[in-house]
Design a binder for this molecule. Structure first.
Ligand code: ATP
Ligand code: MG
Length: 341
């Protein structure tokens, strides 16, 4: 049998998944899974979630349950994909420890993703950023390299984290000999899906910004959010020419809509003047309802079969641990930490 390329992809259990996670990452993971060319592994990054939620383990525990369902709801299939939970693979922490010696403090502080996130969390953190949070890119390097992953589906904002992982890999291999694999991102084809805008027009849909449509939202909730979406602020009267470029309603229509011809015509009319926001939002509501219905139904199905779901994650965690153990053995050998062989 031909050896498949392995990919891993993880999400933090800090709340429910939104459509930004879906188009930015999960959709690609599902496509890779269904192509049959990959050995697919997805995980719940609970240890990482604790780095900025140390005082609230209950929240993480609750969110793990939600995420277990969200992954399956999104179309990841237990027959084809291995599901696991980060904290169940203690080997990852040991790898993180060794990699910590290969990264400087100033390099971490300059990581653009970390910088943005620290800024976003200014209210929570103040001047007191937890060490674990600052160093999470190192633990992500462990999450990736433990499975010899060369490609992984991620959103655009993860590129600096991948770059940092590649640096760690290169340094490791230079000091200790060729041991680890350099990873590269697999991004959405559609550029605006790589960093989906929020319903409020903010550059990124994000739980922390409260501008999300969640995969588990009920129809009424979806409708309320779509009808309240930010559009072109200068499109006041229906007859005014409108802008479709930075307009979240049209960005979502492009990404989630299937009737491309209709959307093209709507755009032309909106730009010319004469098409109202209400009409566009009503149509977008239909589109989002259609897109989210099967996801919500799968979620309900697995919610009712939660014992099976737990079994997928338990067995997957055992399997993932075996792989991580083999990598760790290689790493220890490279580091010359073998005394009793
Ligand atoms: P949030 O940012 O909503 O608080 P989170 O911090 O748990 O959630 P991230 O770690 O930011 O999630 O993202 C997890 C994965 O989902 C990453 O690959 C990221 O790039 C992708 N992702 C998150 N939000 C978006 C978005 N709005 N558009 C595209 N991809 C996204
Ligand atoms: Mg985030």
């Amino acid at each position: 049998m031909e050896k498949k390329i392995r990919f891993v992809s993880g999400l933090r259990p800090t709340g429910k998944l939104h459509v930004g996670h879906y188009v930015g990452m999960l959709k690609q993971a599902v496509e890779m899974q269904n192509s049959g060319k990959y050995d697919c592994m997805v995980f719940i990054a609970d240890t990482q979630a604790l780095t900025d939620n140390a005082q609230n383990p209950e929240k993480i525990k609750e969110s793990v349950k939600e995420l277990m369902l969200d992954f399956l709801a999104a179309g990841l299939d237990p027959q084809k994909t291995t599901f696991y939970i980060q904290s169940q693979i203690p080997e990852l922490s040991e790898l993180t420890m060794y990699y910590s010696n290969l990264v400087t403090l100033s390099r971490l502080q300059r990581n653009p993703t970390v910088k943005t996130e620290i800024k976003q969390k200014q209210v929570e953190f103040g001047a007191s950023v937890p060490v674990g949070f600052l160093t999470y890119p190192i633990s992500q390097a462990a999450d990736i390299t433990a499975f010899d992953v060369s490609v992984l589906p991620v959103g655009e904002d993860q590129e600096p984290i991948l770059e940092q992982t590649r640096e760690i890999v290169r340094t490791f291999n230079k000091y200790y000999g060729e041991t680890l694999v350099e990873p590269y991102g697999y991004f959405a084809k559609d550029k605006s899906a790589r960093r989906l805008v929020g319903t409020d027009g903010n550059a990124k849909m994000s739980k922390s910004l409260d501008n999300c449509i969640y995969l588990a939202d009920e129809p009424e909730e979806i409708r309320r959010k779509v009808m309240g979406m930010f559009t072109d602020p200068n499109h006041i009267k229906v007859s005014d020419p409108g802008n479709t470029k930075n307009n979240p309603v049209f960005i979502y229509l492009d990404i989630f809509g299937t009737d491309k011809q209709k959307i093209k015509e709507m755009k032309a009319n909106y730009e010319k003047g004469g098409l109202g926001d209400m009409v566009c939002k009503k149509y977008l509501n239909d589109v989002m309802q259609e897109f989210l219905k099967p996801i919500r139904e799968r979620r309900k199905y697995y919610e009712e079969h939660f014992e099976d779901v737990k079994k997928f994650y338990y067995e997957g965690s055992q399997k993932a641990r075996q792989i991580a153990r083999a990598t760790l053995a290689r790493v220890r050998k490279a580091l010359k930490l073998e005394y009793f062989e």
